[in-house]
Design a protein around this ligand. Structure first.
Ligand code: GCU
Length: 626
């Protein structure tokens, strides 16, 4: 992707809306400071009994943050979070959630109401709910994700706030919920920030709102909130890891059992509220694309005063590298894949439903994929549950995308938080083999330092998976064509190198791939993490004419032989499975706010290139595992 520069006028409007949002954040930060950091994160949430708060929520669109600021920009004590009702002799209440329009949750606001299609700013959500407190119980409101910053009040009390549009968070409401009628108010602000993750520019639509499930979850006072259970790389008859019990009682014991394997291990919770697990198993059926075997795993935490139970569906496999090979269960593998954005097929908007997931992964399977790159942010958990069931290997990524403020420690903290949340939520997914810490970031000292820190953090948080990033590649013009050099210094910190190239679209003609040579300066596996071209489905013409299906197919025809000339190539993820919305794509009748590099249109039309790649994948004619 070629860089663009910000115009003077655009910079000015961005700055004014930025100052407004900064005022909002700092005011909300200061006025309600006591609830900033979210201490715990409930995992395996889809296996916990919960009360769904999905459905219709009343909403107020608030471009001026009137719901919080008075006319002198001071935080109002009686903001919209009070959900106040007009009192006969009271002062004027100039909002009323109960009669305000509703929006569906989960769902972005942009595709639910045409007047919100381009909206970026604050939007307030309100939901009434009934609840009856239970003794010795902690109660949380769990958000699957909300884009981009969220501030949450329950019964007028601020309970938490979160930044980051694609990872889950929990708000402890134990102290504020009451028996009977309750209400929750959430201010969601999808304003793009220069010091955000992602930052101001993204080649995807900035869908705002409560984009994933919201639920009320009760857990015992001592509860399981993190665990790592993985097959040992050196002994396939041993599952090892830990279970973390939040607020563990002294002498708390944890039992992990896999009935189908007749295996049980018990351990006492020790330092850091963790119980170290070592579970001998016999003849585990190793998880792989050919055999996506999932086992029922029971995790119990017991103490005199309380017990917590979790069940999970988990596969067991090992993933590692050996030189330039990627080994799954000790055997070399080649990743035949495609990149996917969380854009909903047909209805468009942020994807979240089983139907969205089944359609997208159905097309990937039909394409002959054994791997998908979930770009450029963690997708809904339904996606990674499905890849576990369907046997599709996964590259999962946080939106360290393009030109972040790499010299800003506050931004690094945001990336670290999102990485931690991504890994924590999906640590139990056998299908995920790669954590990606970045995409197409400029090679600077600050960036190298920043992303090396991120890569090392990923390895610390999860030493059982591989760490990668999608790198830009240096191109040297040669008499014959072009010479691609992969020598990005960040490569040192990665286990697997992702390389993005667009020969035939942003550079050269499609046939340029025939004369392109590759020089990879690392003895590591390489994945061609992006390649491709755009075409409007149904737009036909000579293969030399851009935007036609014939042109896009021609690009693919030239790419595949090139891939087979790169000895250490161990995977390919075409850009992209389905056309997706992007504010950067404005060409009338060809783009219309869609990136058209999909192999399938957003309305399900498979383009000619789909069949070119399908044939190559089904014939295993792309790349070699060893
Ligand atoms: C980049 C980028 C994608 C983008 C693509 C494109 O490589 O990573 O997010 O959509 O190029 O230009 O289509």
């Amino acid at each position: 992707m070629i860089g663009t520069m910000l115009t003077g006028r655009l910079r000015k409007t961005l700055l004014t809306s930025l100052s407004a949002t900064l005022m909002l954040a700092s005011a909300l930060g200061t006025a309600h400071a006591q609830t900033t950091s979210n201490t715990t994160l409930l995992v395996d949430i889809d296996h916990r009994p919960a009360t769904s708060l999905d459905g219709d929520w009343h909403t107020i669109v608030d471009p001026y943050s009137t719901g919080l600021f008075n006319f002198h920009h001071e935080v109002k004590p009686d903001g919209y979070f009070m959900n106040a009702k007009q009192q006969p002799n009271g002062g004027p209440i100039e909002y009323n959630f109960a009669i305000s329009p509703t929006l569906k949750v989960p769902g972005d606001w942009n595709t639910q109401r045409s007047d919100l299609f381009y909206y970026e700013g604050v939007l307030w959500y309100e939901k009434d709910f009934k609840y009856s407190p239970k003794p010795n119980t902690r109660t949380f409101i769990h958000f699957g994700a909300a884009n981009y910053r969220s501030y949450v009040w329950v019964n007028t009390k601020k309970v938490c706030q979160h930044e980051g549009g694609f990872t889950p968070f929990d708000c402890d409401v134990t102290g504020v919920v009451k028996d009977g009628d309750n209400f929750v108010v959430v201010a969601v602000d999808n304003t793009r920030l220069a010091d955000g993750v992602p930052t101001l520019q993204t080649d995807w639509w900035n869908y705002g709102g409560l984009t994933r499930d919201v639920s009320l979850v009760d857990v015992p006072e001592q509860f399981i909130d993190d665990y790592d259970l993985h097959l040992s790389r050196t002994n396939h008859d041993l599952i090892e890891g830990y279970v973390h019990v939040e607020n563990a009682a002294h002498g708390e014991t944890v039992t992990v059992s896999i009935p189908e394997l007749n295996a049980t291990a018990r351990a006492t919770v020790g330092t850091g509220d963790r119980a170290a697990i070592s579970l001998p198993v016999k003849s585990v059926s190793l998880w792989s694309p050919e055999n996506p075997k999932l086992y029922k795993v029971n995790i119990d935490a017991d103490s005199e005063s309380s017990s917590d139970k979790l069940e999970d569906d988990m596969g067991f496999r090992t993933i590692e590298t050996r030189g330039t090979q990627i080994l799954l269960n000790g055997k070399p593998i080649f990743l035949r894949g495609v990149a996917i954005h969380a854009e909903a097929p047909y209805r468009t908007g942020r994807a979240y439903s089983e139907k969205d997931v089944d359609t997208l992964l159905g097309w990937a399977k039909d394409l002959g994929c054994n791997y998908v790159r979930l770009a450029h942010y963690p997708h809904d958990q339904r996606m990674t549950r499905a890849t576990d069931r369907l046997g599709i290997l996964v590259w999962s990524e946080i939106p360290d995308y393009w030109a972040l403020q790499f010299d800003n420690p506050a931004v690094l903290a945001k990336s670290k938080q999102q990485l931690g949340e991504m890994i924590r939520r999906d640590r139990d997914k056998a299908s995920i083999i790669l954590w990606s810490v970045a995409n197409e970031t400029p090679v600077t000292d600050a960036r190298n330092k920043y992303l090396t820190t991120m890569a090392n953090l990923a390895r610390t948080l999860d030493p059982t998976r591989l760490v990668t990033a999608a790198l830009l590649v240096r191109t040297q013009k040669t008499a014959a064509g072009s010479h691609k050099v992969v020598d990005d210094p960040l490569g040192q910190a990665l286990d697997v190198l992702g390389t993005n190239e667009y020969i035939g679209w942003y550079e050269q003609k499609p046939a340029g791939a025939d004369t392109t040579t590759w020089d990879i300066r690392y003895q590591k596996p390489v994945i061609m993490s992006e390649f491709g071209a755009a075409a409007r489905a149904g737009h036909h013409g000579p293969a030399t004419e851009r935007w036609t299906e014939e042109y896009q197919a021609d690009v693919y025809k030239h790419q595949i032989p090139m891939f087979n000339r790169i000895p250490q190539l161990r995977g390919t993820s075409a850009w992209v499975l389905m056309d997706f919305r992007s504010p950067m794509r404005t060409l009338p009748s060809l783009q219309d706010n869609f990136n058209r590099k999909g192999l399938v249109s957003d309305q399900g039309d498979k383009k000619q290139a789909f069949y070119v790649l399908q044939k190559a994948y089904k014939d295993k004619a792309v790349g070699k595992p060893d």
